[in-house]
Design a protein around this ligand. Structure first.
Ligand SMILES: [Zn+2]
Length: 602
């Protein structure tokens, strides 16, 4: 699953800070430098305290550990908010470029800005917590009087993955979407108040504030995202047409011959990842020819062995091994005696080298990939440890999620042969199975990764009014994904609220960017590694040259604009979805064959 690293998990608030100007004197460049030094020191200490507290609360859930971590987190958030507001007083001061960048980043580090009116700030904090809790407690109960019939998101996810009963899938899909209508009123008030706070920080609205983090104007960033989508859309349309054809063979007329895909039949409650329907759509004679899950299971591979294998990939590129403390302090299997948050995540508790992974590892293909993903966060975190605290982050938020996935793209059959997990790599005729499986994850995700914030940016700007929330949501899902509900979804529903990141107020475009960037990184590093085979068979394993380039980019953290970081690996300052098209070229040709004479689009 898509996980978050700790540094990115902090959802910052501006509290109602009453501190005014700094007195009568105009601040100087030296004052600005001193201010940022103090900020970096204070953030370092507060982040350590919060990191330790949150780690304990997630690996040992009790009322007490939850309270302690909430308190430590709040201290960090409040202090950061005060700093962000204070930074404004250096706006007109002529300071060194590095300090200017630090000040700017401090101001845009907020995901949610509260108005300075204390009553409104308190109302916003409460609403945000309520929205988050409403989602977290969300359950659909088939028989309201029987608690054992209630389905939480985990159970809903299992059914969407495993069931092929159209009626049951529809029932569960509609059931889960009953959790969100109560959020609607809160959400529109949340938009009003958070916009008010954003305006006080100098942004037109919260959506503009979110888009101000990308080293370009918010307008240019919107255009950039559109441009990337235009590049990859033709391939998505082919995948969509092929999947529609196969689903129609399976489910009949509920799947239209030339219309949108029914939202409940794609193996995932949000239709954001279609890998679970692979058994329905898999090619007849091009299965990938091996099953990593069975290999890992038959060898009784332990969780530690799987992580060691992942670590060896990174050390083969020239990275230093993980510190001893990683092995002592990580949580790699589900403990038998207590409740924990199993959702995989990578941590850097002290923002130096106290790296950890928290995960409940099973010997499966999926977890094998997830380990490479999480370790990507860890090696990134350690690479930028010598930067000033505020630069200890990825070049943009898409980069952090992309690194581990880039490495996972190098887990090719040839790599598995090299490390002794597979005897012989299947020949290229089996690639279609591998590529289709990957496309159901990565290509299917792109329009979804894009549209969540298309909806939110318009909601924040006022272009989408509260009375049209649901209509606008489904208009966008139809426009980008070609996905539609099978029954009318009027304004009595609030379907965006059934996706965590909306009530949780987590920006989402980073996942779209990560999906694009990882293929661009993979192509750039594969070229550096001297790979001459087809891109989906390239692995950068054991390439010190590729490792050197990667480390060069990772170690610059957030200190330079992201196009400069990108250039170090990709040789260009532009994001380019063309690498995705290169990677999936064989599949693209195969899809053309499959959908010949069939309708494309909706
Ligand atoms: Zn992640």
């Amino acid at each position: 699953m898509r996980s978050i690293n700790f540094a990115l998990a902090l959802f910052l608030l501006v509290s109602g800070c009453t501190r005014g100007s700094s007195g009568n004197t105009t601040p100087t460049a030296a004052d600005a430098k001193k201010f940022m030094d103090d900020v970096n020191d204070a953030e370092f200490k507060l982040a350590l305290e919060a990191g330790q507290a949150v780690w304990v609360s997630e690996t040992y859930i009790t009322d007490d550990t939850s309270a302690l971590s909430a308190r430590a987190n709040q201290r960090l958030i409040d202090q950061t908010a005060r700093f962000a507001k204070e930074a404004v007083r250096f706006d007109g001061v002529n300071v060194a470029p590095d300090i200017r960048r630090e000040l700017n980043l401090l101001k845009v580090s907020l995901v949610m800005a509260a108005p300075s009116n204390p009553a409104e700030a308190e109302e916003l904090t409460k609403i945000a917590a309520n929205l988050d809790a409403t989602y977290g407690k969300g359950k659909w109960c088939e028989a309201p009087n029987k608690p054992e019939s209630c389905l939480d998101i985990d159970k809903v996810t299992d059914i969407m993955r495993d069931s092929q009963d159209e009626k049951r899938l529809r029932q569960v899909w509609e059931g889960w979407h009953t959790i969100s209508p109560p959020m609607r009123k809160d959400y529109s008030r949340f938009v009003e108040l958070s916009n008010k706070g954003a305006k006080e920080l100098g942004f037109a609205d919260s959506g503009v504030m979110w888009r101000s983090k990308y080293d370009m104007s918010p307008e240019d960033f919107s255009k950039e995202v559109d441009r990337l989508w235009t590049q990859v859309r033709p391939l998505y349309l082919k995948l969509h047409a092929y999947v529609r054809m196969k689903l129609r063979e399976k489910y009949g007329d509920v799947v239209p011959a030339n219309g949108p895909l029914p939202a409940h039949l794609l193996g995932n409650i949000w239709a954001q990842d279609w890998t679970n329907i692979y058994p329905i759509v898999k090619p007849a004679n091009a299965d990938k020819g091996y099953d990593l899950t069975s290999i890992l299971k038959s060898r009784k591979t332990s969780a530690v062995d799987m992580v060691k294998t992942g670590e060896r990939f990174y050390t083969s590129l020239g990275f230093a091994p993980l510190p001893q403390s990683f092995w002592q302090r990580s949580m790699l299997v589900r403990p038998r005696d207590r409740d924990v948050v199993c959702h995989a995540s990578a941590w850097d508790i002290d923002n130096v080298e106290d790296l950890r992974v928290k995960m409940c590892i099973q010997p499966t293909d999926e977890d094998f990939n997830t380990i490479h993903h999480e370790l990507g966060h860890n090696f990134y975190q350690r690479a930028y440890k010598d930067q000033p605290m505020i630069f200890r982050d990825s070049a943009n938020d898409g980069f952090h999620e992309a690194i581990g996935d880039t490495i996972a793209l190098s887990v090719t059959p040839e790599y598995l042969v090299k490390i002794g997990l597979l005897d012989k790599a299947p020949d290229a005729s089996r690639d279609i199975g591998l590529l289709l499986h990957k496309a159901l994850e990565k290509i299917a995700f792109l329009p979804f990764g894009l549209l969540i914030d298309q909806w939110r940016w318009k909601v924040f700007s006022g272009e989408i009014k509260p009375e049209d929330y649901n209509k606008a949501w489904w208009d966008l899902r139809l426009k980008y994904q070609g996905v539609a509900p099978v029954t009318p979804r009027g304004e009595e529903f609030f379907d965006p609220g059934a996706k965590y990141h909306v009530p949780g107020n987590v920006p989402y475009t980073r996942y779209f960017l990560a999906d694009i960037l990882q293929f661009q990184f993979h192509r750039g590093l594969s070229q550096t590694a001297g790979c001459t085979s087809i891109l989906n068979r390239c692995s950068i394993y054991q390439s010190m040259e590729a490792g050197k380039k990667l480390n060069d980019m990772l170690s610059s953290g957030l200190s330079k604009p992201w196009p400069e970081a990108l250039e170090k690996i990709a040789g260009t300052k532009q994001m380019d979805a063309g690498a995705i098209l290169d990677y999936f070229k064989p599949l693209d040709a195969w899809l053309d064959e499959q959908i010949k004479g069939k309708p494309v689009g909706w």
